[in-house]
Design a binder for this molecule. Structure first.
Ligand code: AMP
Ligand code: ZN
Ligand code: FE
Ligand code: FE
Length: 304
């Protein structure tokens, strides 16, 4: 089957360097047929991505990524086929982004204490309307000459246990999983090979986790093998993607790489149907039913 699948990418709606339309055009050039746009705490890139994709015969999987902190590490949760236009879900994302803004202020204050004065405005000038995060802080630090690259800013100050990182005051990983399920989506543990917290997988599954990002640029062959087996054992979908953030972002990812079989997308679509079927069976009286028979990527059904 020609064409690739890439279920993890970022745009200017969060910390990606490419606008949604640019990302989709690049994906088409890389012969990607199915692309998930998974910005941090934002679905604002989706309308443009979907519109542009229609011109290139490309399929967009609507998604997002929710980053959470646990002691000593970060757990990122991807959500696919969420009912993203739902008003309650957009209100949730606005709260998430408000905390990101507040966190930038806390990081900037911390940098000041470390003798690296920086204003939050310099950071927001870089992310513009997008969901702010440490990559934007890192870029502002490079502009100031505090580091020669985004990578160096992370390595010296902003990494999870770095001196200028401050934790988020938001969700636990289980809560991130639960909110994606509540929005009718498929929650997937992102790049677990980077987090060293595989011990949390059972409790995340108990919270509703439905997949593990298995194919990932920084996963070894042995890790891919191990996560595939875990997925089989726990009846989870093994997904994959590049986590592409655009050129010159201090990251080596290539859109459409690693190769993800088309079968993974088919399995993801089966999973969303399965979860919605389950949700319908356990529907509580008083809750509005979901329109489980409509294609999961079509917006516009009622919500709680
Ligand atoms: P935040 O949204 O503030 O949690 O920042 C997380 C983002 O920072 C990730 O999605 C990556 O894009 C980026 N990131 C994390 N670690 C590094 C690193 N060592 N070098 C460059 N970018 C990184
Ligand atoms: Zn990112
Ligand atoms: Fe991530
Ligand atoms: Fe990501």
């Amino acid at each position: 089957m020609p064409g690739g699948v890439d279920l993890h990418s970022h745009t200017t709606a969060s910390d990606g360097a490419l606008a949604p339309r640019e990302l989709v055009r690049l994906a088409a050039r890389h012969r990607v047929r199915v692309l998930a746009v998974t910005d941090h705490d934002s679905t604002d890139g989706l309308p443009d991505a979907i519109d542009e994709a229609a011109r290139h015969g490309l399929e967009i999987v609507p998604g997002l990524e929710i980053n959470t902190d646990v002691p000593g590490a970060e757990i990122h949760v991807l959500g696919y086929y969420v009912d993203w236009p739902a008003e309650w879900f957009q209100a949730f994302l606005r709260e998430q982004r408000a905390e990101r803004v507040a966190r930038v202020h806390r990081i900037v204050a911390r940098l000041g204490e470390l003798g690296l004065p920086l204003t939050a405005e310099e950071v927001f000038a870089i992310c513009k309307e997008g969901s702010p995060g440490r990559p934007h802080v890192a870029q502002a630090m490079v502009k100031r000459g505090y580091a020669t690259s985004v990578r160096e800013a992370f390595d010296r100050w902003l990494r999870a246990d770095g001196p200028a990182n401050v934790p988020r005051r938001r969700l636990t990983p289980a809560e991130a999983v639960a909110v994606i399920r509540r929005a009718g989506g498929v929650p997937v543990l992102a790049h677990p090979g980077l987090a060293d917290r595989d011990a949390m997988i059972p409790e995340l599954v108990a919270a509703g986790l439905a997949g593990i990002e298995t194919y990932y640029p920084e996963h070894s062959v042995a890790q891919i093998q191990a996560y595939r087996q875990t997925c089989e054992r726990l009846h989870l979908v093994a997904t994959g993607g590049s986590d592409y953030h655009g050129p010159h972002t201090g990251r080596a990812a290539t859109l459409g790489s690693p190769h993800v079989p088309l079968e993974v997308w088919e399995a993801l679509k089966r999973k969303v149907r399965e979860l919605r079927e389950q949700a319908r069976e356990t529907e509580q009286p008083g809750h509005e039913p979901r329109e489980s028979d409509s294609p999961p990527f079509l917006p516009g059904h009622p919500h709680p």
